[in-house]
Design a protein around this ligand. Structure first.
Ligand code: 5GP
Ligand code: MN
Length: 340
C-alpha cells in the first residue's frame, strides 16, 4: 500500500462509515486475531464495524476480546448478506482470493459494489481490492495490521484488546516466534503489544494449554500412523474418519499435528491427510523447511496453496489413493528435497 493509497483510505475513514471485516474459511489464530484487532481499532475511529468469517473455528480461539461479536456466515447468511450490502468498505484479512471464503460467501462478495481493502501475507494476491496491502515476507496478517495502524499514524490507538488479538495472530502464525519469517521487527512489534497490555504468558496458556483428553488421544493415533520416508526426506500422518470419530474429533483438534512429522531429524517435507466424510475429501496440510515450496506442491497437485513453508489443499480421491498419489510425486521433487 503506497502513500497515495494510504491517504485515500485515510480520507475514506475520516468520517464514520459502515465497515465489514472478513477472515477466511476455517479461521485460524491469525484470521481471528487480525480481524478482531483491526475491527477494535476501526471502532475506536468511530466506525460501525462488523466482523465475519465463513464458518466455525476452534474453541482455543473463543476467549479472545470481541469474540462474541463475530458473525458466522454459515449460520447467519441472511443477516451477513444484508450487512455486506449496506457496507461502505470491506476489509479482507489473511487471504487474498475470494474463493478462500467458500462458494456461498464468495458469491455474495462478488456482487458487492463497495471498495475492498486487502491486508494479507500470502503469495500471488488476486486483484479484487481497491486497496491492497500484500506482503508475503510478513509472518502474519496480524503483524501487518500493526504496521497498517503505523502507516495510518494511529499507533496511539493501540490498547489491551487490540494488542491481545494481534499477539495471538503473530504467535500462532509464527509457531510461537520460531518460523523463519519472524524478524527483529516482529519482536519489536510484539514487545510494543506487551507494553500495551497483551499478557503474553496468559495468552500462550489460553491458546496452547487447553488440550482436551480426546485431542491427546487423537495425537496418539496420529503418531502411531506416522510414516517416514528418509530417502525423500519426507514424512506423513493420516487420520481417517473412524479414527477421528473414535476420539470425538472437534474442529481444531488436529492443529499442529503435522509439525511432529516435520520435527523428525533430516525431514524437510511433512504432510497430514485428514478424511472428511461430510465434505467427501481428504484435507491436506503440508509443511516444509528451507527453500522447499509446499505452496507450489499444493497448487500443482492438491487444489490449494499457502506459503513456501506452510500450505494446504484437498483431494477427492480416497485416503489410500491420496497417499499413493503423494508418494508418487515425491521423485519429481527429489532434487529440491535433497537440497532444502
Ligand atoms: P493449514 O495447513 O494450516 O490448513 O494451512 C496452511 C496455510 O496454507 C495457511 O496459510 C492457509 O491459509 C493456506 N491454505 C490452506 N488451505 C488452502 C487452500 O485450500 N488454498 C489456499 N490458497 N491456501 C490454503
Ligand atoms: Mn496468516
Amino acid at each position: 500500500m503506497n502513500t497515495a493509497e494510504i491517504s485515500e483510505l485515510k480520507s475514506l475513514l475520516s468520517s464514520p462509515i459502515r465497515i465489514v471485516v472478513i477472515g477466511h474459511k476455517n479461521p485460524d489464530g491469525d484470521a481471528i486475531g487480525s480481524t478482531l484487532g483491526l475491527s477494535a481499532y476501526l471502532e475506536k475511529l468511530g466506525h460501525n464495524v462488523r466482523v465475519m468469517v465463513p464458518n466455525d473455528y476452534p474453541k482455543f480461539l473463543k476467549w479472545m476480546p470481541g469474540n462474541d461479536k463475530i458473525l458466522r456466515f454459515e449460520s447467519h447468511s441472511d443477516n451477513c448478506g444484508t450487512l455486506l450490502k449496506k457496507a461502505n468498505l470491506v476489509f479482507t484479512l489473511d487471504f487474498n482470493a475470494l474463493h478462500r471464503l467458500g462458494p456461498e460467501m464468495e458469491a455474495v462478495l462478488q456482487k458487492l459494489v463497495c471498495p475492498f481493502a486487502m491486508i494479507d501475507h500470502h503469495q500471488q494476491p488476486d486483484t479484487y481490492a481497491k486497496f491492497t496491502y500484500s506482503d508475503a515476507s510478513m509472518g502474519s496478517t496480524s503483524e501487518m495490521v500493526y504496521h497498517f495502524m503505523e502507516k495510518m499514524g494511529h499507533l496511539n490507538y493501540l490498547d489491551a484488546d487490540i494488542a491481545t488479538n494481534l499477539y495471538v495472530g503473530i504467535m500462532t502464525d509464527s509457531g510461537s516466534f520460531r518460523f523463519p519469517a519472524t524478524t527483529s521487527t516482529t519482536h519489536k512489534v510484539v514487545a510494543d503489544l506487551i507494553d500495551h497490555g497483551a499478557e503474553n504468558s496468559q495468552i500462550h496458556r489460553n491458546v496452547y494449554d487447553n488440550n482436551s483428553e480426546n485431542r491427546m488421544q487423537l495425537l496418539g493415533t496420529a503418531l502411531s500412523n506416522l510414516k517416514v520416508m528418509q530417502e525423500h526426506r519426507a514424512a506423513y500422518i493420516s487420520l481417517n474418519q473412524a479414527e477421528l470419530d473414535a476420539c470425538n474429533y472437534k474442529k481444531g483438534d488436529t492443529e499442529g499435528f503435522v509439525n511432529y512429522a516435520l520435527s523428525i531429524e533430516n525431514i524437510v517435507l511433512a504432510a497430514i491427510f485428514i478424511e472428511s466424510e461430510k465434505d467427501g475429501i481428504i484435507k491436506i496440510s503440508l509443511r516444509s523447511k528451507g527453500d522447499f515450496s509446499v505452496n507450489e506442491m499444493a497448487r500443482t497437485h492438491f487444489d490449494g496453496g499457502g506459503h513456501i513453508n506452510a500450505a494446504g489443499g484437498r483431494s477427492t480421491r480416497n485416503m489410500e489413493e491420496t497417499i499413493k498419489y503423494f508418494i508418487s510425486i515425491l521423485p519429481t521433487y527429489q532434487n529440491a528435497l535433497l537440497n532444502a
